[in-house]
Design a protein around this ligand. Structure first.
Ligand code: SF4
Length: 323
């Protein structure tokens, strides 16, 4: 991982520095340059150029390309958006008033949030918000909402109708879906670093090598490709980072990638939790495989899960050796 990539992964630090920068400006104590330093536990200062456009940010229009922005630009956008949220909420006092700009969704942050008492009854009303389904990322939640799918019940009807054709076109495509979990005798930071080291996956996933195609492969929109197999029998698996989030303080991180084909299409990702001693990984795959009869899906599910379990055993051994 390059130094620049390491700094980009500390994007939350840069946003915090941008916040201090704006506060210093407000009281007329700002420095002439947008530069901030963080003193870490290693007693080193890590300097962030807050004007450097190094953070890839998703566009408002999902079909548009991602764009690199600076920490100051990200901060100003996020801060302005929060003011708009509060402004709209104070004006929304009745059914004819403007719609709220944000709605509650279940996330890992809810447990420690003081607004949980307000949000939970809304999230859990009726059959429950779609965010209560396991492993629904913000991007997936947003897509479902954009298609007016808001509740778990509506989502189950939607998924049902989506896969109905497989009943009468059994050789067209199969849905492969499995989750593998494992505990590791390594800190969550060590496990997280290993998981986002895409080329490093080749060390523990059998017959696989991974090449990062754009950036470091650790920012939203960046891509990488997995090659699994030997000689001419090679499965090419192109992927794009849909969402990635690491919280150093809580030791919690999650990453979701979109499988772009040419064979496997769908989503995959993982969640890392733990502390400075132990960690836990939950890895999921939800992909479609063309030309595979759906009736063989359970067999392929088991094979896929077994393959990943084997890979995780290898990863666990290598992390333990490195301790
Ligand atoms: S409790 Fe509400 S405000 Fe807090 S993180 Fe959850 S949805 Fe957001």
């Amino acid at each position: 991982m390059s130094w620049d990539g390491g700094l980009r992964r500390q994007g939350d630090d840069a946003i915090q520095l941008a916040h201090y920068r704006r506060m210093l400006e407000a009281c007329g104590r700002e420095a002439p340059v947008n530069l901030g330093g963080i003193i870490g536990t290693e007693a080193h200062v890590t300097w962030h150029d807050l004007d450097e456009q190094k953070y890839r940010t998703p566009p408002a229009d999902p079909s548009a390309k991602t764009k690199r922005r600076s920490a100051m630009e990200r901060y100003d956008f996020e801060f302005g958006f929060r003011i708009d949220i509060a402004d709209t909420a104070t004006r929304a006092t009745g059914p004819d008033d403007p719609l709220l700009l944000v709605e509650p969704m279940r996330s890992t942050e809810c447990a420690g949030c003081k607004w949980d008492g307000y949000c939970s009854p809304i999230i859990e009303a009726d059959s429950g918000d779609v965010s209560l389904l396991p492993r629904v990322s913000y991007q997936q939640w947003r897509r479902l909402r954009n298609n007016d799918i808001r509740t778990r019940q509506a989502q189950s009807f939607s998924v049902g109708s989506l896969f109905e054709p497989s009943q009468w076109q059994p050789f067209r495509m199969a849905l492969i879906e499995f989750t593998v979990v494992r505990d590791f005798a390594a800190s969550s930071q060590v496990l997280w670093d290993a998981m986002i080291d895409w080329p490093g996956h080749g060390d523990w996933i059998p017959a696989t090598r991974v090449v990062v195609d754009s950036g470091t492969g650790t920012e939203v929109g960046e891509t990488f490709t997995g090659y699994t197999g030997y000689g001419p029998i090679l499965l090419v698996d192109r992927m794009r980072v849909n969402a990635i989030e690491w919280n150093e303080t809580t030791g919690h991180g999650s990453c979701e990638v979109e499988k772009l084909g040419p064979v496997l299409k769908g989503q995959a990702g993982f969640v890392v939790t733990g502390d400075s001693e132990r960690s836990h990984l939950e890895w999921f795959e939800r992909v479609t495989v063309p030309y595979l009869p759906q009736l063989l899906a359970p067999v392929v599910n088991k094979m896929g899960a077994a393959g990943f379990s084997f890979g995780m055993r290898s990863l666990a051994k290598s992390l333990e050796r490195a301790r």
